[in-house]
Ligand binder design. Structure first.
Ligand code: ATP
Ligand code: MG
Length: 175
């Protein structure tokens, strides 16, 4: 399948300075003190893969992903996240998403301008993407714990990738 090797951030949320996260084989979690940016890293990964909802990135507008400034550092005018890795066929790939304050965001795939749709298709074909059940955020864990059994079952089926099977079975039974 598709493999990710490196996430590059600049001006994204608390990662104001250029930062690289190496995504080695088997990486399943990130640990660190409260507020150090663990959730922001996961959000950067979702964002570069096409997340379109500001709320699921804990913001009210998309500009909220741009470094907002601190007592000692001014805000930034733009944020950029790059994801480097290999496609399922072994070809190298890099997806970059950049947002300018007040001007929206744009994507590049392998250095060429791309549409949000191209990015969505690239990851959907590899069964991953901004809404992949493999990315478990903090809020999602509380939701799983608080869920009723039927809801929890639906979440687990989604994670197991068998939702499509049920849909096809219902289709078949309806005939
Ligand atoms: P916890 O262990 O509590 O879950 P965490 O490691 O997940 O913490 P994050 O939620 O990723 O931490 O990071 C929170 C920090 O990011 C806060 O200090 C917050 O102020 C900062 N932050 C979030 N958005 C921005 C932004 N747009 N500009 C600057 N800082 C931001
Ligand atoms: Mg967190």
């Amino acid at each position: 399948g598709m493999r990710f090797e490196r996430l590059r951030l600049q001006g994204f949320k608390s990662f104001v300075d250029p930062t690289e996260l190496l995504i080695g084989p088997g990486l399943t979690g990130i640990v660190g003190p409260n507020g150090c940016g663990k959730s922001n890293l996961l959000e950067a990964l979702r964002w570069v893969m096409g997340e379109g909802s500001a709320r699921s990135l804990r913001g009210t507008g998309m500009d909220d992903v741009i470094f907002a400034g601190t007592a000692t550092r001014p805000q930034r005018g733009a944020a950029e996240v790059g994801l480097h890795g290999w496609r399922a066929d072994g070809e190298e790939m890099e997806v970059v998403r950049r947002i300018e304050r007040g001007a929206g965001s744009a994507y590049r795939i392998d250095g060429r301008d791309a549409r949000a749709r191209d990015v969505a298709l690239l990851f959907a074909d590899a069964s991953t993407g901004a809404h992949s059940p493999a990315l478990v955020s903090q809020g999602r864990i509380s939701a799983i714990i608080a869920a009723r059994p039927a809801e929890r079952r639906a979440m687990l089926e989604e994670a197991a990738g068998i939702v499509g099977l049920h849909v096809r079975r219902r289709d078949a039974e309806a005939r």
